[in-house]
Design a protein around this ligand. Structure first.
Ligand code: NAP
Length: 269
């Protein structure tokens, strides 16, 4: 067993050097006693990278910006959920047959479920980009009542149309009453940590508030929500839960989420 070569996994994106996926997955493999190595692959040649995955027998791949949609025609099969979302963040190599999955939305919902049961709750999604699409799709699947709040009307309306839910311009977000608010824009990311896409007085203390951003661990948005009495969830939880779903797809095992959380938190602190 010890002499077997390590199974290779990786993340494909561009840029990729700041990705926290390698430390997270390598720690999870080690904790599970699996002889595997997870590598960051930066590439501008998507087709060549996918051919390389097949040729080299790379067992599994995370897929990130800018390839989540463009990778689809290069795969052999798609999980129905990834097909309906229209984006792939995970590839499983089953003896040379590459199948695409999407764990982003499920990861977000699992993180949310640590604080509130989604079914029947009213939720506003701030933003209408790729992250909002995956999260919104799973939120609908789990029975949430959604509203999209976005800066630009065209993108906001397009996502609201896809999710069959109402749209409200971002500047009118204070007009709606919700149980859950999920922030999916890049506003407030390091190094612009004082920025927030919503006014500070938007929060009500009975709300559960989640941010997709995990650097910083607590954004201005989340800090203000917490100070207003809301229950808050960092983007780190979403990141760890989507990674745990990837690990399950690749290995059939449950990873140690405590180990994953600890290594990533250590770096971000
Ligand atoms: P994206 O597709 O580029 O979407 C960006 C969205 O943010 C759009 O709706 C855009 O609105 C809005 N936006 C951008 N700048 C804004 C501003 N100054 N004010 C108001 N709205 C603004 O990005 P994405 O791929 O969805 O990613 C968004 C964030 O989610 C990133 O920070 C990413 O790191 C994070 N993320 C986290 C995880 C995780 O596991 N925790 C997973 C995926 C993504 P317009 O339509 O008006 O341009």
């Amino acid at each position: 067993m010890k002499n077997q070569p390590a199974k290779i996994y990786g993340v494909l994106g561009n840029p990729i050097q700041h990705s926290l996926s390698p430390v997270m997955h390598n720690a999870a493999f080690e904790a599970a006693g699996i002889n595997a190595l997870y590598v960051a692959f930066e590439s501008s040649d998507l087709e060549g990278s996918i051919d390389g995955m097949r040729a080299l027998g790379i067992r599994g791949m995370s897929v990130t910006i800018p390839f989540k949609t463009s990778v689809i025609p290069h795969l052999d099969a798609l999980d129905p959920l990834a097909e309906r979302i229209g984006a792939v963040n995970t590839i499983l190599n089953e003896n040379g047959r590459l199948k695409g999955y999407n764990t982003d939305g499920l990861g977000a919902m699992k993180a949310l479920q640590t604080k509130i049961e989604p079914a029947g709750k009213r939720c506003v999604l701030v933003g209408a980009g790729g992250a909002a699409r995956g999260i919104g799709f799973m939120a609908r699947e789990m029975g949430m009542e959604l509203v999209i709040a976005n800066r630009s009307m065209d993108r906001g309306l397009a996502l609201a149309d896809f999710l069959e839910c109402p749209f409200i311009p971002l500047e009118r977000i204070r007009e709606i009453r919700v149980n859950v608010m999920i922030q999916t824009t890049p506003v407030g990311m390091f190094p612009h940590e004082d920025a927030s896409p919503v006014p500070d007085n938007v929060f009500r203390k009975e709300m559960v508030v989640m941010d997709a951003i995990y650097n910083p661990l607590e954004t201005h948005f989340l800090r203000t929500a917490r100070a207003s009495g809301c229950d808050t969830i960092s983007g780190l939880e979403m990141f760890i839960h989507q990674g745990a779903e990837q690990f399950r797809l690749w290995t059939g095992l449950n990873p140690s989420m405590d180990v994953m959380r600890a290594v990533v938190t250590n770096i971000l602190k």
